[in-house]
Design a protein around this ligand. Sequence first.
Ligand SMILES: NC(=O)C1=CN([C@@H]2O[C@H](COP(=O)(O)OP(=O)(O)OC[C@H]3O[C@@H](n4cnc5c(N)ncnc54)[C@H](OP(=O)(O)O)[C@@H]3O)[C@@H](O)[C@H]2O)C=CC1
Ligand SMILES: O=C(O)C(=O)Cc1c[nH]c2ccccc12
Length: 329
Amino acid sequence: MEEPVAIIVGAGPSGLAVAACLNRLSIPNIILEREDCFASLWKEKSYDRLHLHLPKQYCELPHMPFPTTFPTYVPKKLFLQYLDDYVSRFSITPMYRKLVESASHDGVAERWRVRVRNTGGSGEAPVEEYSGRFLVVASGETSDAFVPEVKGLDSFGGEVIHSTKYKCGEKYSGKRALVVGSGNSGMEIALDLSLHGAETSIVVRSPLHILSREMLYMGLEMLKYGIPLTTAESLLVLLSKLWYGDLTRYGIQRPQEGPLSLKVKYGKYPVVDVGTYEKIKSGQIQVLPAIASIRGNEVEFENGNSHPFDAIVFATGFKRSTHKWLKVK
Ligand SMILES: NC(=O)C1=CN([C@@H]2O[C@H](COP(=O)(O)OP(=O)(O)OC[C@H]3O[C@@H](n4cnc5c(N)ncnc54)[C@H](OP(=O)(O)O)[C@@H]3O)[C@@H](O)[C@H]2O)C=CC1
Ligand SMILES: O=C(O)C(=O)Cc1c[nH]c2ccccc12
């Protein structure tokens, strides 16, 4: 095989976008993907009711707009259909079951050396090596599911899953479900559970911004037209306060810093409300503080209260994987 100019790690939307751009310029490249499909987070590790939070014009990949027939907020199924079309259109051929174990730069040869475990076979996974002038890290901020250590979790009798294993709330009907974590996954999974008739609670341990999709869209449009970030986000906070009111009565604080600054500085996205707020307001979703410990089916919270649950969904986010394999001096 001809040596690629670029080695792309990860066949998520970003890796596919880079490969498409390189293919259009006939620049040889390979994508190394540890799973057996592209966009595995979307395909296999996300809940059914997932939609993009931004209007479609903000989410398209380079050189291929979404079809005009797609709705403004693209659902998972159509997004995956779009990615399928994208991969065929730009003749992208990711190499699957290639787990990158190390990537380091050889200064003398001016090449990246990438060691890969080929996990595709049946026996012991053999090691392969690839080299190329450029390395593209497209393995994402959401590569490895994160579950915190919780005192007594082992003693919990019910089901415990990470948000990546959650599809739909159907089987939780009538059950007491606790969602731990109040990012966008936790908030929407709590909504889904409640809509399916689960008695739902969610742990909110830190301050957060809640915006509607329209507010977020407005914020991004303001940035596009050159309105300063601090001005744009002051307006968003004002709108959020007018629309949602004082959230402290439900046990939710707003952060000191604005929603756009938090995203830009720390990659922390605001919660985009797709219906959870109404459920919290009506008392159908109960907000609880951080967990102190678990004993059997009883979960004790930091305010000293404890409640029994049948299932816990950890929507506690992800860790990136680069510290495991990317060797930079
Ligand atoms: N439709 C869309 O576009 C969607 C987009 N997303 C995006 O995907 C990315 C991942 O989202 P998500 O899966 O929600 O993960 P996040 O990292 O965004 O959220 C994790 C949440 O878990 C909380 N948490 C972590 N550890 C604990 C703990 N020990 N006890 C209590 N709470 C804890 C965090 O709180 P704390 O802040 O205190 O650490 C935070 O609220 C984000 O960028 C998100 O915006 C997700 C879903 C839908
Ligand atoms: O910068 C990005 O990741 C974007 O595409 C825009 C965006 C998506 N969600 C947001 C939330 C707050 C600020 C920017 C964005």
